[in-house]
Design a protein around this ligand. Structure first.
Ligand code: IVH
Length: 661
């Protein structure tokens, strides 16, 4: 047995060394064949002797059993982000602001990776937990998924306890590959590498994550002083020594805004040629001592900032203006143009919103237009190059009948609608909405699949999703499907029955009820029955709901067909209750009390606010007679004076800790 154990240890060492050389040093010393051989040997030993499988074995990288949901994780130190800035002037003012406190600052400059931040916790050098940022205070436990990322060391070169933060991202080549596969299977393509990374790391089935080929770039140690580190630059070196991939070669140093701007321009010119997507430069004060002096504002650290590159604009030719019908019947004109790469993704269409927008921009088929990605995600038409317009172009004209069912359109404000509830396009859109990520999250349904199932008559209403299993044999004969893919789809449908109520409310497609409102309603009413039977006044009085939404909900439930649909879903065991986090009201000293926070505390104010609110407190901005407690940090301002004047209880950070315990 000892001999086998030794061989397993030896194989793991060899594999880890090969990965380190490949990913961190960028200098492979083993051929793919050699790697495969030792990997397979390890795998077969582990299969034979499961009791000898090590926690940090590289074979965990293929993923494990699927899980039901991600557990919540509270970060030891809140995971913050920086404020964004967008131009040279703002870089100059940042530098000036820092120089008011630190006379000769030195800055580290790093590419701003375009993925999602992750926190990795190692104990005695072994990866024990990985989490998403979440709201900064609590994230989600994504350990099994992160273990599949080959550039994440499962074991460090030192047996230490440490937390390392960095960006989980998808390289441009993996992104292209993933989208190619999705095109082939008819699934909706990822909009950009960031969405692809975020979607892949939040898979309940880690085997899917493993296939997506994610990467990790380390950039931050929350408690560097524990390792004798004095600067951000040293942090990066230390992480590299531990076995992490860092951007050490691309990072820069600056002492003033001129040098920062020149680094920004230089990096921007290299941007296209980098193997991963970046969206700016992160500027950090290098000295950790200086960082401490600078501290935080209410939300963000003062010692750093994120400069975002201007959105890229690309020229192309407008080939067609195509009208689509949304699930509410809204008609949208869309620009269909020659495909172009914008910020790392290939785009070929952009919304033109409505008639007024098209007329305002004077878009015409055949025009040269410039495209950019608004907020880095949704492509938009920036302008028409009027000087390049060809003779004989025809001005835009809005249609007056539905392009799908031919019904005469009606106009409300700037928008046109198809009033026909039975319009096929509206139904398909509604079905696509129902399965989408933010709604019932039924993975595996691309646009094309919904359309095919609709055209074949398997899917005509939401309810039909839950009857699809009856048609399994027929579905299996459809092009692009096999037993496995149908089983996965049916499993995903069954799992969706357990979703919390807000997803179902959002999925019903009630006009004006978006994701946020659905959550407010689900939290307020707790059950579908209470929501369905709510009166106008009750709905109208809920904060953030109001008249328009209240009327729309009443309207929806006054339609007999909608009540029938919900009753059918109930019979099919679709969950009708809110399952989300409830406020913990057990701490009587905090629940229902009103707090004001002032002065510099050891964390940004939002951290205290989130905790207090989770315990049922109100956190407000100004001190009044109604305030119960004022939490006071260093250098408090007028709120402190006001609290003293009104005789309101003043508490320190320690008192606070005791209060919320
Ligand atoms: S440092 C206190 N370094 O951009 C903030 N962040 O606002 C510590 N990001 O949400 C983060 N590249 O997800 C840092 N080299 C880098 C980064 C980086 C990308 C992301 C991060 C954060 C946002 C910064």
């Amino acid at each position: 047995m000892d001999k086998i154990k030794n061989r397993i240890n030896e194989l793991i060492e060899l594999i880890n060394k090969a990965c380190y050389e490949y990913y961190v040093l960028d200098n492979p010393t083993m051929t793919d064949q050699e790697y495969d051989d030792i990997y397979r040997e390890l795998l077969s030993l582990e299969e034979k002797y499961p009791e000898l499988v090590r926690e940090d074995s590289p074979t965990h990288r293929v993923g494990g059993e699927a899980i039901d949901k991600f557990n919540k994780v509270t970060h030891k130190t809140p995971m913050l982000s920086f404020d964004d800035i967008f131009n040279d002037e703002e870089i100059e003012s940042f530098d000036e602001r820092i120089k008011k406190t630190i006379s000769k600052p030195r800055y580290t400059l790093e590419p701003k990776m375009d993925g999602l931040s992750g926190s990795l916790i190692y104990e005695k050098g072994i990866l024990v937990r990985a989490a998403t940022r979440g709201d900064g205070v609590t994230g989600e436990d994504i350990t099994i998924n992160v273990k599949t990322i080959k550039s994440v060391p499962l074991r460090l070169t030192k047996d230490i306890d440490i937390e390392v933060r960095g960006e989980i991202y998808m390289s441009k080549s993996s992104f292209e590959k993933a989208n190619k596969e999705r095109r082939e299977t008819g699934e909706k393509e990822f909009a950009n590498p960031r969405n692809a990374a975020a979607g892949s790391v939040r898979q309940l089935d880690s085997k899917i994550t493993a296939k997506r080929n994610l990467d990790f770039m380390a950039y931050f140690i929350p408690n560097p002083e524990d390792y004798g580190i004095k600067t951000q630059e040293e942090s990066i070196k230390f992480m590299k020594e531990l076995g992490f991939v860092t951007n050490i070669k691309l990072n820069g140093i600056a002492n003033n805004s001129r040098d920062i701007i020149s680094y920004v321009n230089d990096l921007n010119s290299k941007r296209e040629s980098l193997p991963f997507a970046i969206d700016g430069v992160v500027i950090k004060v290098d000295s950790l001592e200086d960082e401490k002096i600078l501290g935080f504002t209410a939300r963000v650290p003062r010692w750093g900032i994120a400069y975002k590159f201007p959105a890229m604009e690309v020229l192309t030719t407008l080939n067609e203006i195509k009208f689509t019908v949304g699930r509410t019947g809204k008609i949208t004109p869309n620009a269909i143009f020659n495909p172009v790469h914008v910020d790392g993704s290939l785009v070929s269409k952009a919304t033109l919103h409505n008639e007024d927008y098209c007329i305002g921009k004077d878009v015409r088929v055949g025009d040269i237009i410039s495209i950019r990605k608004a907020g880095d995600v949704i492509p938009e038409v920036v302008e028409v190059k009027l000087d390049r317009r060809k003779d004989g172009s025809i001005p835009f004209k809005m249609i007056d009948t539905c392009p799908i069912c031919g019904t005469k359109l009606i106009k409300k404000d700037a928008m046109h609608f198809c009033p026909n509830d039975l319009c096929g396009a509206r139904k398909i859109e509604g079905l696509e909405h129902f399965v989408s990520r933010d709604v019932m999250y039924i993975d595996g349904f691309g646009e094309r699949i919904i359309e095919d199932f609709y055209n074949e008559g398997f899917l005509t209403s939401i309810e039909d999703f839950y009857h699809l299993y009856k048609h399994k044999d027929e579905l299996m004969t459809m092009e692009g499907f096999g037993e496995k893919s149908i089983n996965n789809l049916l499993d995903a449908i069954t799992n969706s029955k357990n979703n919390s109520l807000e997803r179902l409310i959002f999925g019903l497609g009630i006009r004006h009820v978006g994701k946020k409102t659905a959550k407010i309603l689900a939290m307020h009413f707790g059950t579908m029955d209470k929501f369905m039977n709510a009166e106008y006044d009750t709905l109208n009085n809920i904060p953030d709901v109001g008249d328009i939404i209240a009327k729309s909900i009443i309207d929806y439930f006054s339609n007999e067909a909608n009540i029938k649909l919900i009753n059918k879903l109930k019979e099919l065991n679709v969950n009708m209750e809110y399952l989300g986090e409830k406020i913990d009201t057990s701490n009587e000293k905090v629940n229902g009390k009103t707090f004001v926070i002032t002065g510099t505390l050891s964390n940004p104010r939002d951290v205290y606010k989130a905790k207090l609110e989770s315990l049922g407190a109100n956190v407000t901005e100004s001190v009044t007679k109604k305030t119960d407690y004022v939490l006071v940090g260093e250098n408090p301002g007028s709120k402190y004076d006001k609290a003293k004047e009104l005789g309101i209880k003043i508490i320190s950070e320690e008192d606070y800790e005791e209060l919320v315990m």
